[in-house]
Design a protein around this ligand. Structure first.
Ligand code: GUN
Length: 309
């Protein structure tokens, strides 16, 4: 059985020439985006997403543009606020507070990283937790950590990775309950919430990091591996337990001798194909799911704000 939503013709699970199934995050994200667009059209709700960009970081500009484009595809009211690099923390706080009070806006995302003069935690704390579609606000972090994810807005990258794990587990006929899950990386925006989500699905969870002794041995015991450290190819293919589900959240740009560059993940993908039961590629795996989950969170926030929700 291939895992497929009713709204897409591209199957999410594809066969590789080796042991592993490839989890096509682009197909999964496209299916979710279409589902959200259909839902918006049927409900008559117009979710509003405001994305705030301070400065002109090239990578951030690309991400912000992609978020706005997808929001429009979903039928959302999409607003982009571009602010100069010199914007002060107080000026940014005024804008956030204004968006908090705007009834047409259900989701607020302040693109990171911010200029050095602005404390990101002060900005995150100022966003209404009900509009915090990044899931970074301490209230949302706390709800997830205390087992109340259904009341929270959950960080998009781990939530997207979790969806891919569900799709892969269902496809392979594996149960999450009792599975050994290893998260490599302990960041606030991926590693820690990822561990909470796996725990909520009854996995036995280990968080490994740069100080972990014998990372290879820890990963070798994993039925599910989520790599999110930002170190190209740190997880070797022969560490992967036969049949394991591997989700690679790392996105690293490698310079090539010809002056070009290539994106690679934290997992040595070509090696891992021989052992994994299912694995996400980079690019085209966990990455595309992040924007789709942002749309999901914005729709959820709009539904919760609607009088008859
Ligand atoms: N910068 C890179 N990724 C993200 C993200 O998911 N949210 C925000 N706010 N900034 C980012």
């Amino acid at each position: 059985m291939t895992t497929q939503t009713t709204l897409t013709t591209t199957p999410v699970m594809r066969r590789s020439t080796q042991n592993a199934w490839i989890i096509d995050g682009k197909a999964a994200a496209a299916a979710l985006t279409r589902e959200i667009a259909a839902n918006v059209q049927a409900s008559g709700l117009v979710p509003g997403l405001a994305v705030v960009l301070v400065g002109q970081d090239a990578a951030s500009q690309v991400y912000v543009k992609a978020k706005g484009k997808t929001a429009k595809e979903c039928g959302f009211h999409s607003v982009q606020i571009d602010l100069p690099m010199e914007t002060s923390q107080d000026e940014l706080l005024v804008i956030v507070k204004k968006l908090n009070l705007d009834p047409a806006i259900h989701g607020i995302l302040v693109q990171m990283p911010l200029p050095r003069a602005i404390d990101p935690s002060a900005i995150i704390a100022a966003i209404s937790p009900h509009k915090d579609v990044d899931g970074f606000h301490p209230l949302n972090v706390g709800l997830l950590a205390s087992g109340e994810a259904q009341k929270a807005l959950v960080a998009c990258t781990p939530a997207g990775a979790m969806r891919l794990i569900h799709i892969a587990a269902e496809h392979l006929g594996q149960k999450l309950a009792g599975a050994n899950a290893v998260v490599v990386g302990r960041s606030n925006i991926v590693g820690k919430p990822m561990a909470q989500l796996l725990l909520a699905d009854d996995c036995t969870v280990t968080i490994a990091h740069s100080r972990t002794k014998d990372l290879a041995a820890v990963v070798r015991g994993a039925d599910i591996v989520v790599a999110a450290v930002g170190r190209p190819g740190i997880v070797r293919g022969d560490w992967i337990k036969p049949g394991a589900i591997v989700v690679d959240v790392g996105i690293n740009r490698l310079s090539l001798p010809d002056g070009k560059s290539r994106l690679v993940g934290d997992v040595a993908y070509d090696e891992a194909l021989a052992n994994a039961g299912a694995i996400t590629p980079v690019p085209g795996g966990a990455g595309p799911m992040t924007i789709a989950m942002l749309m999901h969170n914005t729709l959820l926030a709009a539904r919760r704000a609607a009088p008859m929700a």
